[in-house]
Write a protein that binds this ligand. Structure first.
Ligand code: ARG
Length: 472
């Protein structure tokens, strides 16, 4: 009698598993997170077994009641994990059998852990994607609120991190709104990719029992069944889609955080971080550091690592299941919990920061950003553009020498540079006018940004509706 007879494959073995290998081969510390999906999947499976006459109704009822009791133990923290269990699937089956006796052994009829783990991972991935979309939507709401509250505030727009043209702060923040809108689309795609049922594929080739895969799929809320049993147990594309979506979202958060770090520096002074989202220094009493933004930027690295890790695990695997695939979950869980935390951190940081409107406006007046508008004014009044460019270039030089901005020039100064400058020439350099002239669709003009805000609010309400109507 092997000492390790309780292993699910005990019959074939005379010796017991090496103690180190037991620990080495276990995925329990990671996959226990999927316990709820595992029990849901088992209940759907056993109901189908009974409906198809594969196990007697009374046995199925006993198993289902046992699973409900195990569910309660897990939910209420009473469940006792045993290090000898290889994974959450074995742990739950052991607890079930301990409760209901030998009949618990009928649960695994027409099923393999290969289609079981794929099912659990898909159910879990669908729930993760939905939670992440909810987190992205909350950050979008913060961005919309700041865009609304500070509508009309002008700030410098940059290319090459050099001042280029003034823009509305709302326009700048809405650029992030749309980036996150694409993240929602990617997360929805990842959820759709997970939304097909592998159950009934058994180990790799299907089963001799007359299973009803569609009944199980429907019960579990999957929109279809996977048509090929080999593909069903060996596909992890849906997890890759999810980690990729997480990676791109982290890249977006990292870009936002980089700007918040810059903006909160003394050099920019565009924003002040709320005390709740900044830390001090243990040696320099004056310091207020944007740690939260920096940490989000830094955590992007681990999520990219999770993506490359899983791509590499899957590379070169022959069909169908291979134990390598047990390495699929840790990175995905890490990526999604990291993103969830970073979304919450950013939503709070954006919602609580103080916008220093004056500093933004002063910044927008620097860098001679209205120079193009001044040249355009001349060109519109008949001066050849090349000549206009030359005239305005000289004015910029004059301002630079005398330490003035273009807005500080008088009408006389302008007229002296070119008689084509009329009485309305000062409006060519007025910051608000410079901004509002860029009224092309999607541009930074006040009216265009107002229209964009409406579009963004529509998109946000479409997402809110989708979240409300989507089951976990
Ligand atoms: N713990 C395993 C995993 O996560 C479950 C599947 C085991 N199947 C097998 N044939 N060893 O991949």
């Amino acid at each position: 009698m092997p000492e390790d007879a309780k292993k699910a494959w005990g019959g074939r073995f005379e010796g017991s598993l090496d103690a180190f290998v037991t620990r080495f081969g276990s995925s329990l510390p990671v996959d226990r997170a999927m316990w709820e999906s595992d029990i849901r999947g088992s209940i759907a499976h056993v109901r189908m077994l009974a409906a198809q006459g594969i196990v007697p109704d009374a046995d199925a009822r006993a198993i289902e009641a046992g699973l409900a009791a195990v569910h309660a133990d897990l939910a209420e923290g009473r469940f006792v994990f045993d290090d000898a269990d290889e994974d959450i699937h074995m742990a739950i089956e052991r607890a079930l059998t301990a409760r209901v006796g030998a009949v618990g052994g009928k649960l695994h009829t027409a099923r393999s852990r290969n289609d079981q783990v794929a099912t659990d991972a898909r159910l879990h991935a669908k729930a993760l994607a939905l939670d992440l979309i909810t987190g992205v939507a909350a950050l979008q709401d913060s961005l919309l609120a700041v865009s609304d509250d500070h509508f009309g505030v002008v700030m410098p727009g940059y290319t090459h991190l050099q001042k280029a043209q003034p823009v509305l702060l709302s326009h700048h923040l809405l650029a992030y709104f749309w980036m996150f809108e694409r993240d929602i689309a990617r997360l929805r795609h990842a959820r759709d990719a997970a939304d097909v049922s592998p159950l009934g594929s058994a180990a790799l080739a299907g089963t001799t029992f007359a299973v009803d895969r569609r009944m199980v799929a429907e019960e579990l809320g999957f929109s279809d069944v996977i048509p090929n049993s080999l593909d069903a147990v060996s596909d992890r594309d849906f997890l890759l889609d999810l980690v990729y979506a997480c990676s791109v979202a982290m890249m977006h958060l990292s870009r936002l955080c980089e700007e918040l770090v810059l903006w909160s520096s003394d050099e920019f002074g565009f924003i002040v971080m709320d005390d709740g989202y900044a830390t001090g220094s243990s040696i320099m009493p004056q310091k207020k550091n944007p740690d939260v933004a920096e940490l989000v930027r830094g955590k992007t690295g681990r999520v990219y690592g999770d993506l490359v890790g899983l791509l590499t695990v899957m590379k070169g695997l022959p069909l169908a299941y291979n134990k390598d695939m047990q390495e699929d979950k840790e990175g995905v869980f890490d990526a999604s919990s990291t993103l969830a935390d970073c979304l919450a951190a950013c939503a709070g940081m954006v919602a609580t920061l103080t916008v220093v409107e004056d500093r933004m406006r002063v910044g927008a007046g620097g860098g001679f950003m209205a120079a193009t508008d001044l040249a355009d004014y001349l060109a519109a009044n008949g001066v050849p553009f090349r000549e206009a460019h030359e005239i305005v270039g000289r004015l910029v030089l004059e301002c630079e020498r005398s330490g003035r901005t273009l807005q500080e020039l008088s009408l006389e100064n302008l007229h002296a540079a070119s008689p084509a400058f009329g009485a309305d020439a000062l409006s060519a350099v007025d910051l608000d006018a410079v901004v509002s002239r860029r009224g092309s669709e999607g541009g930074t003009g006040h009216e265009a940004v107002r229209a964009q805000l409406l579009l963004a609010r529509d998109a946000a309400s479409v997402t809110a509706q989708w979240i409300g109507s989507t089951k976990r």
